[in-house]
Design a protein around this ligand. Structure first.
Ligand SMILES: *[C@@H]1O[C@H](CO)[C@@H](O)[C@H](O)[C@H]1NC(C)=O
Ligand SMILES: *[C@@H]1O[C@H](CO)[C@@H](O)[C@H](O)[C@H]1NC(C)=O
Ligand SMILES: *[C@@H]1O[C@H](CO)[C@@H](O)[C@H](O)[C@H]1NC(C)=O
Ligand SMILES: *[C@@H]1O[C@H](CO)[C@@H](O)[C@H](O)[C@H]1NC(C)=O
Length: 395
């Protein structure tokens, strides 16, 4: 504990100093901090198409496509407040590029509200609060079906492989539960840091305790969108966390306490690239729903308050998602030091899901939550498992 604390203080002070240096010396940042998904794909030797996918309720979502063998489509869904960028920011050692090099047909999905998918047929995200009236429930019941159907039409396949991280796994449990006809359209769902129950996550619970207060404050301020690219918070984060050292301090201060401490998983040179792409815009309601899941110790739908719950659900409290109905093939992959998707919670999830084909616990002792997207050694410790699972579906 002591060395963590000392490291904190030392790095924090250094970061203030470094940030001063960087702001007036016009230090040039790494090119990959500014490239979008398409540009990164091209830089790392692939071709990339951008598709607009329209959901049943009118959202226009960006779906990136690195074309490969059409019989082997893979859809990638990021964690909360992320975008498809999470799967490509590691460049040549990222999952999107690794899959593309192995000739998979790679699709990078971007859920409603994130920086690539702030568009709607009739609603304006800058003006209409209605645009932001969603949580990850809607990612699950509208965005995933739209992506899946689009990919199946394009590839003329009956099934697609899906890989999700954190909330990107939750949305497929919601899909399988709320729209069971989609279970058959998923060949295998690989869950990185599976998330449904958050009852053993001390860090998420600690943050969620404050959620009702923060929520009331945001409601009063009329702030439905959080972390917009133009917001003061994001500008500040991107500016302060812009050098290798200061960005690494941001990881230590803001990410490690919540996600698990792993000083070897991410190197300082990569930290500014990671933080330049994350977080991206999200709705207030999404984070509120997440805190409700954590506080409830179950896996419930959105809690609208007693009166509206009765009208919508016929019960005073929101019902749980029905994990028994999630019949798609699921593989779970966990990190031992993941403080968000904890092993006891994944065990609860595994016991409910009817079709779990494997639960892999990664070897490195310190493998934490963010290592799943940003980890330096993923191409060695994580991808081989993913390739093995995907290949097992194509024999
Ligand atoms: C990504 O960058 C390219 C090149 O600048 C641009 O044409 C494209 O519209 C960008 N894509 C998105 C989704 O922002
Ligand atoms: C990425 O790897 C490919 C080989 O697979 C190599 O040709 C290319 O130069 C690498 N790109 C970068 C930017 O490192
Ligand atoms: C940010 O501001 C610019 C310039 O005002 C605008 O063009 C852009 O759409 C805004 N982006 C977001 C995500 O709000
Ligand atoms: C959950 O789904 C299973 C399988 O489809 C079904 O048999 C069961 O009745 C459902 N439970 C609830 C509470 O809806």
């Amino acid at each position: 504990m002591m060395d963590f604390a000392l490291e904190w203080v030392a790095l924090f002070m250094l970061s203030l100093f470094m940030n001063d240096l960087s702001s007036d010396s016009g230090m040039v940042s790494h090119e990959d901090t500014t490239l979008n998904f398409t540009e990164l794909a091209i830089k790392y030797g692939q071709t990339c198409e951008e598709h607009d996918v329209i959901t049943e309720d009118g959202y226009i979502l960006k779906l990136f496509h690195i074309p490969g063998d059409k019989t082997r489509p893979v859809l990638l869904i990021s964690g909360n407040m992320g975008s498809a960028d999470e799967y490509i920011v590691r460049g040549n050692t990222s999952l999107a590029i690794a899959l593309a090099k192995a000739n998979y047909d790679v699709w990078g999905g971007n859920v409603r509200g994130c920086k690539y998918s702030r568009r709607h047929l009739t609603l304006d995200p800058d003006v209409d609060d209605g645009f932001w009236d969603f949580s990850f429930h809607e990612y699950g019941i509208y965005d995933m079906p739209a992506f899946i159907d689009y990919i199946l039409t394009d590839t003329e396949q009956k099934q697609v492989n899906v890989i999700g991280f954190s909330i990107g796994t939750t949305v497929f449990y919601i899909l399988g539960s709320e729209r069971p006809e989609y279970n058959e359209k998923v060949k295998i769902k690989i869950s990185l840091a599976p998330a449904a129950y958050l009852s053993h996550s001390v860090s998420v619970s600690a943050v969620s305790v404050f959620a009702p207060i923060i929520n009331r404050f945001l409601l009063r301020a009329g702030q439905e969108e959080l972390y917009s690219e133009n917001s003061t918070t994001i500008r500040l984060i991107r500016r302060v966390c812009s050098t290798p050292l200061s960005a690494y301090v941001c990881l230590i201060l803001f990410f490690f306490p919540i996600c698990g401490y792993d000083s070897k998983g991410i190197e300082p040179d990569f930290a500014p690239i990671a933080i330049a792409h994350y977080p991206t815009s999200v709705s207030r309601k999404n984070l509120l729903h997440l805190s409700q899941v954590a506080n409830s110790k179950r896996f419930p739908k959105f809690d609208y308050g007693v009166e509206e719950n009765i009208a919508r659900y016929g019960s005073e409290s929101p019902p749980n998602y029905n994990l028994t109905a999630v019949t798609m093939k699921v593989a779970l992959i966990s990190g031992k030091n993941d403080l968000i998707s904890t092993l006891p919670d994944v065990k609860l999830l595994k016991a409910k899901l009817p079709n779990v084909v494997d639960h892999i616990i990664l070897k490195p002792k310190r493998f934490n939550h963010i290592d799943f997207t940003w980890g330096k050694n993923n191409h060695k410790v994580l991808f081989p498992h993913i390739f093995e699972l995907l290949e097992s579906q194509h024999v």
